[in-house]
Design a protein around this ligand. Structure first.
Ligand code: TYD
Ligand code: MG
Length: 449
């Protein structure tokens, strides 16, 4: 019996599938996002009994990983690429996805002395070759396929043995078993599925590059993220040469690692000392500046909180904040006013976290309070001190998560004192701990007069 063909509709936002076309997607409420596609259903063969296995009897050997040799990338992947596993690397155009993967491909080809295939649907032979020469990754084993025909590209993997392949990008390739232009939802889905099947069948790792839309989603359905094993997000601020790599999903590792690169003349260079990103290590004592150690996943980062207090000319003083949520800033200002008896209503207050870092976790509260109080009194805080605590409405100082990790980073960076909550259980030799239970107590002895 020939396969039956059924016309269905798929939402380009969330991947919801229906048999009738509607204006609004019932799953994600987007309008006008349905695209038509034809699904072939194969006749069911006689079914055998479902096969189940006792989990404890299964082989639990960790997979032998293929390391890219780029430490920051390997760490975010959870130790390297897994054979048969497919990674989706998402990021805005121009962020450096092609650069990162070409460097990784070159490094694998060289380190393993094995063939690696780079499939480029976006750039010509000459463009990729020029980039490769800029990156100094010439290798006999690094092969390029430039074109948008997916089947043609993957045929190379049948003819020769390859250790790894990259598809740049999932939106630029066209699969033969799907209709529509490259980049449409049906094409993206078919391309991804074909690559996943191919990687599994050959038991080699693969990376799919995907562009993301302005609102930060990978163009194409969320479904693409469900299909692959690992999703990496490559991002960076427009003005900065630094690029952040994070795992959004990882079937083979955790998602807490942060990888940092700097885009230079000859490609992406890993940044090992991440605390230097947001802190200029200036020891001069300035009123309104406090240091804290924030956590980005598992990575501790030194953060400099700066506050400026200016006598106000407005009936309602201004509160301006960057890097700390404005409501949190107002709350902490109110706590200082009431619990430390430092008048705040006759000053405009500005708070900023240096380097464009955004502090979300409440462990920065104590640092922010210290900076605000120091600015209002126009007295600098003691240098070499970092502040780690959450501040409650009663002015109490509460413990923070992963204190030891933060203290180790503070000691490594040369801080000699940390102000922490008196309820913190940690014992740490690397620097002096000043334990406080109330914000008043925290500020009392630490302002240099
Ligand atoms: P690219 O990898 O093409 O970005 P994507 O694939 O994410 O679209 O990188 C784009 C930018 O990186 C480009 O504007 C130039 C810059 N770049 C460097 O600064 N140095 C380099 O060595 C390379 C290869 C690119
Ligand atoms: Mg590119």
């Amino acid at each position: 019996m020939p396969p039956a063909k059924i016309t269905k509709y798929i939402c380009s936002e969330c991947g919801h599938i229906t048999t009738t076309k509607t204006g609004k997607c019932p799953a994600c409420n987007s309008w006008g996002t349905f695209e038509e596609f034809v699904e072939e259903t194969k006749p069911k063969s006689a079914r055998s009994a479902p096969r189940v296995r006792v989990i404890s009897s299964l082989d639990v050997k960790p997979p032998a990983r293929l390391t890219t040799g780029i430490n920051e990338l390997d760490r975010v992947l959870g130790g390297g690429l897994v054979p048969g596993g497919v990674v989706l690397l998402g990021g805005q155009p121009g962020i450096g996805k092609s650069t990162l993967l070409l460097q990784a491909a070159g490094s694998i080809a060289r380190n393993y002395d094995a063939r690696v295939l780079y499939i480029s649907g976006e750039e010509s032979d000459a463009q990729v070759a020029l980039r490769a020469s800029r990156l100094h990754i010439a290798s006999e084993k690094l092969c390029l396929y430039a074109g948008s025909d997916l089947e043609d590209a993957l045929r190379n993997l049948d003819e020769e043995e390859y250790a790894f392949f990259v598809l740049d990008s999932v939106q630029a390739m066209s699969a033969e078993n799907a209709s529509g232009w490259p980049g449409t939802i049906t094409q993206v889905r078919a391309v991804a599925q074909r690559v996943i099947d191919c990687a599994r069948a050959k038991n080699i790792p693969a990376v799919l590059i995907g562009h993301i839309t302005k609102d930060g989603k990978i163009a194409g359905p969320m479904m693409l993220e469900h299909m692959v094993d690992t999703v990496l997000d490559f991002s960076g601020e427009g003005y900065s040469a630094y690029r952040m790599l994070r795992a959004v999903k990882n079937r083979y590792g955790n998602t807490d690692e942060l990888g940092v690169f700097e885009m230079k003349e000859d490609g992406l260079v890993p940044v090992e000392d991440k605390s230097g990103l947001y802190w200029n290590r200036d020891d001069s004592a300035v009123a309104g500046v406090a240091m804290t150690i924030a956590l980005e996943g598992n990575t501790p980062l030194a953060a400099e909180i700066q506050t400026l207090a200016v006598r106000t000319t407005f009936p309602y003083p201004r509160r301006t904040s960057r890097g700390i949520e404005i409501n949190r800033f107002q709350l902490l200002t109110a706590v200082i006013d009431r619990r430390c008896r430092i008048a705040t209503n006759n000053h405009d207050l500005y708070i900023n976290v240096a380097g464009g870092l955004s502090l979300q976790d409440p462990s920065a509260d104590l640092g922010a309070c210290a900076a605000i109080a120091s600015a209002l009194k126009n007295i600098p805080l003691k240098s070499g001190t970092c502040w780690l605590g959450e501040v409650g409405l009663a002015g109490e100082v509460r413990p923070v998560t992963r204190i030891e990790l933060r203290l180790r980073e503070a000691a490594r960076l040369g801080f000699h004192c940390a102000v922490v909550s008196s309820r913190e259980q940690v014992k740490f030799e690397g620097l002096k701990l000043t334990r406080v239970s109330h914000i008043d107590e925290a500020l009392a002895g630490l302002l240099v007069s």
